[in-house]
Ligand binder design. Structure first.
Ligand SMILES: C[S@@+](CC[C@H](N)C(=O)[O-])C[C@H]1O[C@@H](n2cnc3c(N)ncnc32)[C@H](O)[C@@H]1O
Length: 217
C-alpha cells in the first residue's frame, strides 16, 4: 500500500515537469488534497518564510505591513502570517483552482492570477514592504531565477524578501543552480543585501530546505 511519502513523491513528480501547462494542470488536479498531503509529510516552507517575516517586523508593526506572497498556491503562508498578526497580504498564483482555495478562506486582500517572471507585472514599483515565496522552485521549472529582479522592484527600499525551497534544487538542478549566483550578483550590484541564509531541516520528510532573507536597498 502506498505511504504518505510515496503519494507525495508522485505528486511532486507530476508538477516537476518541463511543460508549464502540464505542471499547472497537475496542480489543478492536486488542489483538493494539496494541503492535507503536505501536512502528512511535515511540509514547513511556509513556516520558514513566516518566521523570517516575524523576525523582521515586530508585532506592533505587523497590521500595517504589506506583503506579496509569490507562488501563493492555496495560501499556506498567508494562513501563518495572519496568525502572527499580518493583515495586508496579496497573493500571486497562476493556478486558479489552487488560488480558489485561498479565496474560500479570504486569506488575501488582492489576488493576482498570473506568473511572475523577470518582466514587470502590472503592479507599481515599491508597492510592498515584503515578498514571501515558499516552495516556489521545483525541478522542470517553476518561478524563474530572474524573477528575483521583479520581486526586488516590487519591494520598497528597506523592505525584505524571504524565500524557501528544497536545498537539493540549488545544488543539482540545471535551472536553479544559477539561483544563488544570481542572488550574489544582485547583491554585488547593490540591489539587495543578504540578511541570512540557513539550512531549514525537514522542509518535508527528511529533505532539507534552504531559507534566504534579503533586505532590499
Ligand atoms: C509547491 S507550490 C507552493 C505553494 C505555496 N507557496 C506553499 O508553500 O504551499 C508552488 C506554486 O508555485 C506556482 N508557480 C509556478 N510557476 C510560477 C510562476 N512563474 N509565478 C508564480 N507562481 C508560480 C505553482 O502554480 C504552485 O502553486
Amino acid at each position: 500500500m502506498a505511504t504518505n511519502e510515496d503519494r507525495l513523491q508522485n505528486k511532486v513528480a507530476s508538477i516537476s515537469c518541463k511543460s508549464v501547462e502540464e505542471s499547472q494542470r497537475n496542480y489543478e488536479k492536486w488542489a483538493e488534497t494539496y494541503e492535507k498531503d503536505l501536512h502528512n509529510v511535515g511540509y514547513s516552507a511556509h513556516l520558514a518564510v513566516c518566521t523570517r517575516m516575524c523576525e523582521k517586523f515586530p508585532p506592533e508593526t505587523r497590521p500595517h505591513v504589506r506583503i506579496l506572497d509569490v507562488g501563493a498556491g492555496t495560501g499556506l503562508a498567508a494562513k501563518e502570517l495572519r496568525k502572527q498578526g499580518f493583515k495586508h497580504i496579496d497573493g500571486l498564483e497562476p493556478q486558479g483552482t489552487m488560488l480558489d482555495k485561498a479565496r474560500e478562506l479570504d486569506l488575501y486582500e488582492n489576488y493576482f492570477q498570473t506568473f511572475i517572471t523577470e518582466k514587470p507585472l502590472d503592479i507599481p514599483a515599491n508597492t510592498y514592504d515584503a515578498v514571501t515565496g515558499s516552495g516556489i522552485y521545483a525541478e522542470g521549472g517553476h518561478v524563474p531565477c530572474e524573477a528575483l529582479i521583479e520581486m526586488i522592484r516590487l519591494v520598497k527600499p528597506g523592505g525584505y524578501i524571504a524565500l524557501c525551497t528544497r536545498h537539493v534544487l540549488v545544488q543539482n538542478s540545471e535551472i536553479y543552480k544559477f539561483l544563488e549566483p544570481l542572488m550574489d550578483k544582485l547583491e554585488a550590484e547593490g540591489k539587495w543585501k543578504k540578511e541570512s541564509r540557513e539550512i531549514w531541516p525537514r522542509f518535508y520528510m527528511d529533505k532539507d530546505g534552504i531559507v534566504w532573507c534579503y533586505k532590499v536597498l
